[in-house]
Design a protein around this ligand. Structure first.
Ligand code: FE2
Ligand code: FE2
Length: 550
């Protein structure tokens, strides 16, 4: 047997013929080293083909759900869903250089032609697809300062690239180069950097310290330009921005500020069929304040109990349910929580969660992530819920556990790339609600819509170092919003609030629990027992209230 084939078979891989061809033309020792690394990292690399090899050679360490990648390849090869496979390749190749991207596209084209010749195009794939594009491995190794450095560098590189694509920042230079310039040369300048420090002077001007990989420089924003002053006033530490300004002596006076932001060109995607998706979060099962009657009413409604004919027509077309964390109230989450609990055992709290979820019709695909009250580490990305808590749900085909955050694609078919749903429980939300004037003065935690917009503009779920707890993965930043979603779904602050920002539907789900004393202290005013019902054909968002029989 060919030594290459036996190497892979021994390790449980299938190898595609195109990949073996490629293997003859490359440096095998380097390649095998990288494969070993992936095996040691317990990544599920199942089918090896040419596209994957390009990814491996690029040194790209993005953690994908390899099993789903493999499934998408199968669908692609059956000509059932080429968009999905492309989406995966997009993610895989976002940091590839243009030659490699071209090579990937070329490969895709080749396979397409093959499929047409094989006549596999008739099959139609409308199967309520759920594809987990990004869910993160739980790597519990010790981290040190170098991991934090690499983590920020990684994030910075991505956001810098996004910003550098703007025409206003095409001529951005490094801070070191600016500082080394001849005095006579000084004039207009563009920079991209991370906000290292922010202060207001006695005269009421803002001084920022902007840092890039080469140096740090102070930026001055005078109060005389209210528009820019306002933008600068709402900047937060560690966010990455671009600026235009003019140079003084070792200082830059800013006249424009740019955020990485999501592109204006994002289309409002709609599917051809009338299909509905429900979004909710923050059940807090186990709490004395869990609104069990209301939640039961919701579960009954999903089963069309007591629905009138008109409503029945809609409920029967609900194909997806997203639950964005805080499934249970947990134990020891805050001082004195014991007093607020009616179920004082985490296993029993999950038992009740499982009881409710099993009552939901099997037709509905349920996508679940954890939150800060769940039995998980609090550092993000939070892993998926463990089998010992929700084991019986693991066996159900319609239930998908994902990490917090995660990126999930739904409703894809042969002709439709589906909707990308970014799920994030929202632990960082109170930090920005309290700290950013533009949010705090408009209602703070009651304005999840403003928080969602703020984070989309920053292309990051927790831009400031202290806004959440996180695992600094040196190779990737799971909290980056690198792929632009169609839906951005959050929870945590127990308010029902929505926004359409540049054709991204932002939904902050409410909760199923009334206000505890602890929440009162934190200024959290809940808006319980409501769900979002979204028509995926029209993108219309409706709120359904279960707090009373309507
Ligand atoms: Fe919650
Ligand atoms: Fe929460």
């Amino acid at each position: 047997m060919n030594e290459n084939i036996s190497y892979f078979l021994k390790r449980g891989f299938l190898v595609s013929p195109d990949f073996l061809d490629k293997l003859n033309s490359i440096d095998k020792s380097e390649f095998f080293k990288l494969i070993e690394e992936k095996i040691n990292n317990k990544e599920n690399l199942i089918l090896l083909n040419n596209d994957l090899s390009s990814n491996i050679f690029s040194g790209n360490k993005l953690t994908l759900n390899w099993l789903e990648f493999d499934n998408s390849r199968v669908l692609f090869e059956k000509n059932k869903n080429s968009e999905l496979y492309k989406t995966f390749l997009d993610i895989l190749s976002y940091d590839l250089d243009s030659n490699k991207k071209e090579e990937l596209n070329h490969l895709l084209e080749e396979v397409k032609i093959d499929e047409k010749n094989l006549g596999l195009a008739e099959e139609n794939g409308d199967e309520n697809n759920v594809i987990i594009l990004k869910s993160y491995n739980d790597e519990s190794k010790k981290r040190d300062i170098q991991d934090f450095v690499a983590y920020f560098k990684n994030r910075y590189e991505f956001l810098k690239e996004v910003l550098s694509n703007r025409k206003e920042l095409q001529n951005a230079i490094s801070i070191k180069r600016l500082l080394g310039r001849d005095k006579n040369e000084k004039g207009a300048v563009s920079l991209v950097g991370l906000i290292y420090d922010k202060n207001i002077t006695k005269n009421g001007n803002i001084i920022l310290k902007l840092e890039d990989k080469t140096s740090i420089i102070p930026l001055i924003i005078t109060k005389n330009n209210p528009e820019i002053f306002n933008l600068a006033n709402n900047l937060v530490l560690d966010e990455v921005i671009g600026i235009n300004g003019f140079c003084g002596d070792n200082v830059v006076f800013v006249n424009s500020i740019f955020f990485p932001d999501v592109p204006l060109t994002k289309e409002l995607k709609k599917c051809n069929e009338e299909v509905y998706c429900v979004f909710t979060s923050d059940l807090h099962i186990g709490s004395k304040l869990f609104l069990e009657e209301d939640f039961s009413r919701f579960i009954d409604w999903l089963n069309c109990k007591d629905c009138n004919d008109e409503e029945k027509k809609i409920v029967e077309k609900i194909n997806y349910l997203f639950i964005v964390g805080d499934l249970i109230d947990g134990i020891g989450i805050y001082p004195g929580q014991e007093e607020d609990l009616i179920i004082k055992d985490v296993y029993k709290q999950y038992e009740k969660f499982v009881y409710f979820i099993t009552k939901i019709p099997k037709r509905i695909k349920i996508i679940i992530c954890g939150g800060n009250h769940d039995a998980l580490r609090i550092s993000e990305p939070q892993p998926i819920l463990e089998k010992n808590y929700v084991g019986s749900l693991y066996e159900k085909d319609n239930i998908f556990f994902v990490t917090n955050p995660s990126l999930v694609n739904i409703q894809s078919s042969k002709d439709f790339s589906g909707f990308d749903v970014l799920m994030y429980h929202g632990y960082s939300f109170p930090y920005f609600a309290d700290l950013v004037d533009a949010i705090r003065m408009e209602g703070g935690q009651k304005r999840a819509d403003l928080i969602m917009k703020f984070l989309l503009q920053r292309r990051h779920l927790a831009p400031t170092h202290t806004s959440n707890l996180y695992i600094p993965d040196a190779n990737q930043d799971p909290l980056l919003i690198d792929k632009i979603p169609d839906f951005f779904i959050t929870g945590h602050i127990h308010r029902v609030n929505s926004i359409n920002y540049r054709n991204i539907t932002g939904l902050n789900c409410g909760c199923w629990v009334s206000q505890s004393e602890e929440q009162k202290k934190r200024g959290l005013v809940p808006d319980p027992s409501k769900i979002f019902l979204v028509n995926l054909q029209t993108r219309e968002v409706k709120i359904r209230d279960f707090s009373k029989n309507e």
